[in-house]
Ligand binder design. Structure first.
Ligand code: TRP
Ligand code: SF4
Length: 328
């Protein structure tokens, strides 16, 4: 029996290159080795976007297609719509007894997200979404969760809840999930912002066409001290260079050396990067074109995956209830 992966994305808009290097890339690489579940997290999306349900609705298909476009094979991965799996909601309730409000309030990711969204108070659902995320991971007894760094506090909570559950109810029902961190550092925004994000307006979307990607790269912030092509540059502060490191590793050292020596111009350097990104993304575009013209097939992939998830989840709920002696 293969070990299982569960990971997922909030359905609050299209996915971008930050998602790709943070998690999607590992999903694709591991899909044959692990039994892979991909969660379309539309309930978690509600925790911040409950006032915009139509965006969430549209994004379910967008995020599914983003995942398929990068090369996840629908014949082997299970794509799941979170809101359609009752087990996740049930487990969330049981787990909510196993953590405290103060623990949740001190979660650094919750804190920084609350600050970003400008919450002075927050909903019970938002504060508790890491508990619900524990249900996402454990309904199918996932062993491994490939995610970016911001998810570490959530995974630590999940592990704690699982240990607490197994210990308290003297059962080996739940599996303590391992985090798998991406080996790429967080992708900076091409505008020089520390983070690429859809809310920051600086994202390169997996669905961007080649022209759009080139335009975004050509307008990226570089080392401001480079006015003439021969001015010596500082690649370590240049966003374009940070992208070369991730998407053009073989040439990275060379680009740094040439930049420092004033031997390449920023325009040529950006053109090179745009080409590398588009080479990476061309196969994504080809698969996307197929799925976008076969939406019924995408819906079927989600329906089939969700049905399987419901069966797996119901079994876990049965075991959980049995361990908690709530079954008559
Ligand atoms: N919180 C994750 C994010 O913002 C999305 C997510 C929801 C998730 N449920 C999950 C990630 C379960 C891993 C496992 O990216
Ligand atoms: Fe950045 Fe390249 Fe210009 Fe150097 S040459 S500053 S690495 S864009």
């Amino acid at each position: 029996m293969k070990k299982r992966i569960l990971t997922g994305d909030r359905t609050t808009g299209k996915l971008h290159l930050g998602h790709y290097v943070g998690s999607l890339q590992s999903r694709v690489a591991l899909q044959h080795e692990y039994d892979t579940f991909i969660l379309l997290a539309d309930v978690q999306a509600l925790t911040t976007h409950f006032e915009n349900p139509s965006l969430i609705h549209q994004s379910i298909l967008d995020v599914a297609i983003d995942n398929l476009s990068v090369g996840l094979d629908p014949n082997i991965v299970t794509v799941v719509q979170q809101s359609a799996v009752p087990a996740i909601a049930e487990l969330t309730i049981f787990y909510s007894m196993l953590t405290t409000v103060n623990t949740l309030r001190h979660n650094p990711t919750i804190k920084s997200e609350a600050a970003n969204y400008g919450y002075d108070d927050m909903t019970y659902g938002f504060l508790g979404y890491p508990v619900s995320q524990t249900a996402d991971i454990t309904f199918c007894k996932a062993h491994l969760v490939p995610v970016g760094e911001d998810q570490i506090p959530h995974l630590e909570l999940s592990r704690k809840i699982v240990r607490r559950f197994n210990d308290l109810y003297q059962a080996e029902v739940l599996i303590e999930p391992q985090i798998m961190l991406s080996n790429c550092p967080r992708l900076v925004g091409l505008d020089g912002n520390a983070k690429m994000g859809k809310s920051l307006g600086n994202a390169v979307y997996l669905s961007d066409d080649a022209d759009t990607v080139s335009k975004k790269v050509m307008s990226a912030v570089t080392d401001p001290s480079r006015i003439a092509k021969t001015d010596p540059g500082h690649p370590e502060i240049c966003t374009v260079c940070a992208y070369h490191k991730v998407f053009n590793a073989p040439e990275y050292e060379d680009i740094c050396t040439q930049c420092r020596a004033g031997a390449i111009g920023c325009v040529a350097c950006k053109r090179n990067l745009a080409k590398k990104l588009n080479d990476l993304m061309d196969p994504f575009r080809e698969r996307r074109a197929y799925y976008e013209s076969h939406l019924d097939e995408v819906k079927q992939i989600i329906a089939t995956g969700t049905e399987k998830a419901c069966a797996v989840g119901n079994e876990t709920v049965r075991e959980v209830k049995s361990a908690m002696s709530v079954l008559l």
